[in-house]
Design a protein around this ligand. Sequence first.
Ligand SMILES: [Zn+2]
Length: 176
Amino acid sequence: MGGETDGHGIDGGDGAGRPAPDDLRWMRHAFALADRAEREFDEIPVGAVIVGADGTRLGEGWNRNIVDQDPTAHAEIVAMRAAGRTLGNHRLVGSTLYVTLEPCAMCAMALVHARVARLVYGAADPKTGACGSVFDLVADPRHNHRVDVVGGVLGEEAGRRLTNYFRAKRGRPPVP
Ligand SMILES: [Zn+2]
């Protein structure tokens, strides 16, 4: 599977941070959710889906900041709220969250609060990423829960999608 990741990746450092067989499939699903954010709502195209330990989909979402007038409505938060309703529990123990862009500090702390077991993200975010790029909140030993992280899964495609979204906003042609 190593060939499916790229230089965006960070490793959990303890051997846990490896892609699993279903990671690509769920990341592609997250891409489809991101596409909906852009196409249907003109939101920044970030998509997220949460899968339980048994492989069932618990919740999903995409950025809804503008449409919901909600500064906290990042894709990860929307997906975690849905998963909490599905489980009837504010703790999402044993779950994996897939998201197309490395989570920010708000979302990273929500992952810790929710006891999410594993995070798989696509593109790294060198400006605000809080899962290894700028901050590393999900692995900080001072927290009472740590999240295993696999970064850079389909990361090149994830990064290109976001780059082209912002290029299109400025009237510039897409990069191939
Ligand atoms: Zn966020």
